[in-house]
Design a protein around this ligand. Sequence first.
Ligand code: PLP
Length: 405
Amino acid sequence: MTTSADIKTKYQSYVIPTYATPNLVLVKGKGSRVWDNDGKVYMDFVGGIACQNVGHCHPKVTEAIQNQAAKLVHVSNLYMNEHHGVLAEKLSTLSGLGGKCFFCNCGATANEALIKLARLWGSDEGKYEIISMKNSFHGRTLAALAATGQTKYQDGFEPIPEGFLYADLNDLASVKKVVSGRTAAILVEAVQGEGGILKASDEFMKELRALCDEKNILLFCDEVQCGMGRTGHWFGFQASGVKPDAFSLAKSLGSGYPIGAIVTNQKLADIFQPGKHASTFGGSPLACAAALATIHVIEDEKLVARATEAGRIFAEGLLEFVGAYEHVKEVRQQGLMIGLVLDQPAKGLCQTLAEMGLLSIPTAENIVRFLPPLNIKDSDINEALDIIDDALADMHGVERAADEE
Ligand SMILES: *Cc1c(COP(=O)(O)O)cnc(C)c1O
């Protein structure tokens, strides 16, 4: 067996350090668990950053990927494949948008497609500006980066592409301030993930829809992190009953097999005509097979409802820590998108949790984010709560809050 030290040496010598060197070498996953190179098992509440909504290596998804990989992997979009239209119909129907889909490879390229769609739609009328929210995250390509309302991601990459303006989440007045005759689209995450599990209020979503209808502006949602059942709805925007004109998907769509998508309504279904946009790998037979299998598992195992129920149980447990531990300030929760807000950087606690066998991910500096699979068992949630209790007691130098039974 290659030792973890050998693997780390090669990593540090040859992999461009866009990430701080990780501590763990993960070699195996099953459901809510992953194993490292030394055989240690962890509960995985990162899930590839919200990619494993049906858990690692779900047998139905694995089978679909294996079968398709043995049959046909990729042919380009010069040809149709048997799954492309089926997946597009499924997403169009589930979302209620009733239009069409374009497939790409990740979240950034899905948002890139939304931005190009807005510009093409608005080009005759000189509308090209995109308004997004401060604190948002839309990806790392230059246009997605421009839409990302956090300067820390943009620093050093100037000049940032033009035509991007920012407003405050849940503050309609701040949106109105930057709306003009040049506005093509407003882009919003139904729940900000990287921003710290912050929900666009139902009222704000309704106000945005009304404003867009009044001013002939497109409303877009970024569902890359909060989509595919995670919030207890197939798509985060469905909580408000508001329908965007189009939205982006990626992360959990293919259970970790790379696939991104945009889903549009009828009005935008045929804006892109041949030659206007493309993706070599987009909608490949293998990617579509992974996504279709993922959707079938979410449907068959009723995981959208399970996200609501499991999220409630998890959040109730976490809430007990708010009063009990001085440095725990708040629990933010939408289904199984969960943040434990501390009054100090979250990195240290995440590190302790990992050492104790629970993987989590810090976000927005002082928030510990948990993104467990939607089919998480109650017993796993309780086990995780125990570990979190231990880690918090450790951090505070006190006894655990929950009574030992
Ligand atoms: C992760 C993320 C993206 C970027 O997705 P990539 O697949 O990394 O390009 C975009 N938007 C949101 C909301 C995300 O969470």
